[in-house]
Design a protein around this ligand. Structure first.
Ligand code: FDA
Length: 226
């Protein structure tokens, strides 16, 4: 009986909102456009186009937030590893604002790995939206990009490649034990990250599947893919 089923969008602002005055909430929405296989007509996704075509001041109905998952630990000494592709960066923008824009004084090590098709898809790191990169000067923050479809760069880099390049650093954070790891974005990206960690664990005589199950139980391994 409903015209449309609900669509989920990650909140891309910290809990105080972009202006830190608790009056706004931000989303990062990709406009979905696809070709209908039968008619070959261009079809536009219902919710994403509705949101992208809104005008300032329009009123909309929302539901949520849904569940208590994908939250940062309370302790600002915890180390944080974030891995994203595309709009999967949305919750990490919120995390980074929470850690650095608010007066939290995050002390733990923070690593961000983000994948995009082209440099123009680096959602919060381009001329219009210079945002996350302003935290690059913080000693404990490091961000690494993987660009997969740029014509000038025939060597396709996916996020798991960049993750693997930094494996010694990541493994030392995992071994220290006070970390939370988050994976967000395209379905299937967890596989590549898992394989990298599985190989590393095996090389030091450990069973990654067992380790990951234990990390899941203690809230250290968090995955939100769609
Ligand atoms: P719609 O649902 O209308 O279409 C989606 C797909 O359905 C199309 O791409 C196509 O494959 C298929 N389809 C529909 N009708 C068809 C037809 N007639 N013929 C052929 N194929 C057809 N997105 C985002 O932009 N930012 C975010 O932060 C998040 N976060 C998020 C978190 C979680 C937990 C989930 C589960 C999902 C997201 N998403 C998201 C995705 C978002 O919820 C939503 O799925 C997309 O915006 C697409 O919704 P539309 O209503 O625009 O497309």
């Amino acid at each position: 009986g409903k015209a449309h089923s609900p669509r989920l969008y990650s909140i891309a602002s910290c809990r105080l909102g972009d202006d830190l005055d608790s009056t706004t909430v931000s989303l990062c929405v990709k406009r979905v456009v696809f070709t209908d296989e039968e008619t070959q007509e261009e079809v536009r996704g219902v919710a994403s186009n509705y949101l992208c075509d809104l005008n300032e001041g329009d009123k909309i109905n929302i539901i949520g937030p849904i569940g208590r998952t994908f939250l940062l630990p309370e302790d600002p000494a915890a180390d944080i590893i974030m891995v994203s592709v595309g709009t999967g960066i949305a919750p990490f923008r919120a995390f980074i604002h929470h850690m650095y824009k608010q007066d939290i004084k995050w002390k733990g090590q923070v690593r961000l790995f983000f994948g995009a098709k082209t440099s123009l898809d680096k959602l919060y790191m381009n001329n219009q939206n210079e945002d996350i990169s302003q935290y690059y000067s913080i000693d404990t923050f490091k961000a690494f990009e993987a660009i997969s479809r740029e014509a000038k760069n025939p060597d396709r880099r996916y996020v798991q490649h960049t993750f693997e390049d930094n494996l010694n650093d990541i493994w030392s954070i995992i071994e220290k034990g006070d970390f939370s790891l988050y994976i967000c974005g395209m379905k299937g990206m967890e596989k590549g990250i898992n394989e990298v960690l599985q190989a590393k664990a095996a090389s030091v005589g450990l069973d990654w599947d067992e380790m990951r199950d234990a990390f899941k139980k203690t809230g250290r391994w968090n995955v939100e893919v769609y």
